[in-house]
Design a protein around this ligand. Structure first.
Ligand code: TXA
Ligand code: MG
Length: 322
């Protein structure tokens, strides 16, 4: 089938209430017509996701924003213009017709305009909102390749559009723009600092204390987690950890960035990650997913820097480890 035909097939599936896995620049999404309640219910069933976790509505362009959201502030428009299409989700007051099953019965809706060309093509051809969570089973790692979607939900989707490996590799930054003070609910590769600069406003980090637990993205314990026991270690603790390993502890895998000095690493499976945050993010889920399929007794991840550009990575690593 030519690519055009595939997009048309996907549009037809969406129109009749089916599910299409969609490549975006962040991670693959499990898409359904955002205005079709029974289609949306299929998403929750396929993911085995509780109904109080709201979905992001994906749009083709900013002109569609006011169909879904109301009371959109000048700051929200400014952010939309600067960051869309791209890896950002805005929480806005919803229009009355937005389905409760999409918003988890809240008065707000999450909106994103993705920039992946296949997502753009599909959204433009469909012409309506597409509700799409990440295309993984609830609490699993988000898929960043079509193959990973196939492994997670292959028998549950009507079509998987293959758009290659996701460029960003981590889920979008989620920012609540319903109040005068913007609040980041989920850090992403568009950082709080970048947003503060665009808006010329202080941007706050959301915290679990003043939010409803299930509604705050990824607050569920062990969200984004491999099934293999996974821990994080400080760089300086890695050599002593390796030294005390016993044969019965093996096999183990180590995901590191820095050179591990003065120890014998031959007994452990090491993955050297890129030094820069963007490349690290791009690779992370694929590496975790691949290691998770190899029966290691333990996966160890070297801690990442404390600087802003690593915020989203640190957030996901904290959620993947215990
Ligand atoms: O990069 C992404 O955001 C990907 C791609 C497919 O767009 N999508 C994604 O969706 O990560 P999901 O459903 O796995 O995570 C979205 C998070 C959920 O944890 C949900 O709680 C939160 O967004 N969310 C959605 N609507 C919300 C709302 N109205 N208020 C607060 N949080 C909301
Ligand atoms: Mg998800």
């Amino acid at each position: 089938m030519t690519e055009n035909n595939l997009i048309q097939t996907a549009v037809n599936i969406l129109k009749r209430g089916g599910l299409v896995a969609i490549p975006t620049e962040t991670v693959y999404g499990l898409g359904a017509d955002a205005s079709n309640e029974s289609a949306i219910r299929k998403i929750f069933a396929a993911k085995e996701r509780p109904f109080d976790h709201p979905l992001i509505v994906h749009l083709a362009n900013i002109d569609q924003l006011s169909v879904w959201a109301r009371e959109i502030s000048p700051a929200a428009y400014k952010l939309a213009t600067a960051c869309w299409p791209g890896p950002l989700t805005m929480i806005l007051k919803k229009q009355p017709q937005v389905l409760d099953v999409v918003t988890g019965h809240q008065d707000t809706v999450g909106i994103r305009i993705p920039r992946h060309p296949v997502a753009q093509e599909l959204l433009t051809a469909f012409g309506q909102g597409i509700a799409a969570p990440s295309a993984n089973k609830f609490t699993h790692i988000s898929p960043t390749t079509a193959q990973a979607v196939q492994e997670e939900l292959g028998d549950k989707v009507d079509l998987i559009l293959d758009g290659g490996a996701c460029e960003v590799g981590l889920e979008s930054t989620i920012i609540d723009m319903t109040q005068a003070m913007p609040v980041i609910l989920r850090p992403g590769m568009i950082t709080a600092e970048e947003i503060a600069k665009i808006l010329d406003l202080p941007v706050h980090m959301g915290s679990s204390e003043h939010k409803d637990i299930p509604r705050v993205p990824g607050m569920h314990h062990l969200h984004y987690a491999p099934t293999t026991h996974t821990i994080m270690l400080a760089t300086t603790d890695i050599p002593s950890w390796i030294k005390q390993l016993n044969p019965q502890d093996l096999p183990v895998a180590l995901i590191h960035r820095q050179h591990i000095s003065s120890v014998d690493t031959s007994a452990i499976h090491t993955i050297k990650m890129p030094d820069d945050a963007a490349s690290f993010a791009h690779d992370l889920y694929h590496v975790l997913r691949t290691l998770d399929q190899q029966q290691f007794k333990l996966i160890v991840i070297e801690e990442v820097p404390l600087t802003n550009e690593w915020d989203a990575i640190r957030d996901r690593l904290n959620k993947a480890t215990r």
